[in-house]
Write a protein that binds this ligand. Structure first.
Ligand code: NAD
Ligand code: UDP
Length: 319
């Protein structure tokens, strides 16, 4: 297949490009570097089946040549207001990437009669009142909260994707991605895994927001990409959760990372993160992914953190 990947210079997009190329496909990467990093694609320069277009997906998209699939991953993704890369500090770009960017990429898929896959998110469930979250849950999102620029854009993006499927017959997929970590995350994007690893490597106290009893379920990037690739090859038009159901508190994550890195500094408890609606609990129900994709994650948190560490050690000096 010849596949357009938007957000190609980001964390997930760059791993996706690698996987698609390894499977023998041709990849056109697109990014405007708002939160991504050109170094994430440096190893692909000169690759015969890879090309790159620097472009903001909020504007009309033209990709020369045929396309068989469009994978729309472009969007800021970190909620942390303390980072310049946090989407609450990029509110208009975030809404445009989710809304106009989804419209434009769906337009490309329609033009070429290509498959389309939307990178959606567990954030569409908001601060969930149902636990664990399966795809039938409608979510609990404050449309006026600071996080709404991301959550509502993704909810709009899902609705638009299904409208193109139902009205134009486009062969669409929706993946609801739960917290994922691994090499090539920005050390300074403010998400919890890079923040904690960075702090532990520096021998500084890990910053836990709130009382640390809020939970997340962390998936290693290779597991996630395998699930997304299986979804691309499937015929599933309904949303599919992809994530690791192993749930833990943020305090447990902090302790795990401190122990692994032998960080002697105590954990600092800070006020809850700014912006209402920091979800209290999050864990994917992956029954649908198991059934329709025969997929489940294989990499434990300890294994995944070990695979992630060398990248963070190498890039600590870039900050
Ligand atoms: P990232 O910030 O590393 O990557 C996003 C990429 O999109 C960046 O390279 C950025 O420059 C690019 N981008 C943003 N707006 C753009 C625009 N208007 N035009 C062109 N490029 C643009 O984040 P990520 O973690 O790799 O997330 C990728 C996708 O997966 C996002 O859509 C995000 O919502 C979704 N997602 C990620 C997670 C996760 O845990 N990593 C969880 C849920 C959903
Ligand atoms: N968090 C924290 N300390 C940090 C960064 C994040 O305690 O330095 C918490 C944050 O408040 C949230 C959880 O970790 O409860 C996960 O945050 P992240 O930004 O990684 O993603 P989210 O799951 O909220 O989208």
């Amino acid at each position: 297949m010849r596949i357009l990947v938007t957000g190609a210079a980001g964390f997930l997009g760059s791993h996706l490009c690698d996987h698609l190329l390894a499977e023998g496909h041709e990849v056109v990467g697109m990014d405007n570097f708002v939160t991504g990093n050109r170094h994430n694609l440096a190893h692909l320069s000169g690759h015969q089946r890879f090309s790159f277009i620097r472009h903001d997906v909020s504007n009309f998209i033209f990709v020369p040549g045929e396309l068989d699939a469009v994978m729309h991953f472009a969007s800021p993704a970190s909620p942390n207001p303390n980072s310049p890369y946090g989407y609450v500090n990029l509110p208009i770009q975030t809404m445009k990437a989710g809304a106009l960017g989804t419209h434009n990429t769906l337009g490309v898929a329609k033009h070429y009669q290509a498959k389309f896959i939307l990178a959606s998110t567990s954030e569409i469930y908001g601060d969930p009142q149902v636990h664990p979250q399966d795809e039938s849950y409608w979510g609990h999102v404050d449309p006026l909260g600071e996080r709404a620029v991301y959550d509502e854009a993704k909810r709009f993006a899902e609705a638009l994707t299904l409208a193109y499927h139902r009205f134009h017959g486009i062969d669409t997929r929706i993946v609801r991605i739960f917290n994922t970590y691994g090499p090539r995350m920005r050390l300074d994007d403010g998400r919890v895994v890079p923040n904690f690893i960075k702090q532990a490597l520096q021998g500084k106290p890990l910053t836990v927001y709130g009382d640390g009893t809020q939970t997340r379920s962390f998936c290693y990037v290779d597991d996630l990409i395998e699930g997304i690739y299986r979804l691309l090859l499937s015929d599933e038009h309904r949303p599919v959760n992809i994530g690791n159901p192993h749930e833990m508190t943020i305090l447990e994550l902090a302790e795990t990372i401190n122990t692994m890195l032998e960080n002697p500094a105590p954990i600092t408890m800070l006020p809850k993160r700014r912006g209402e609606g920091d979800p209290e609990r999050r864990r994917p129900d992956i029954s649908r992914a198991k059934k329709v994709l025969d997929w489940e994650p294989e990499i434990s948190l300890e294994e995944g953190l070990k695979k992630t560490l060398p990248y963070f050690q190498d890039h600590l000096g870039d900050l």
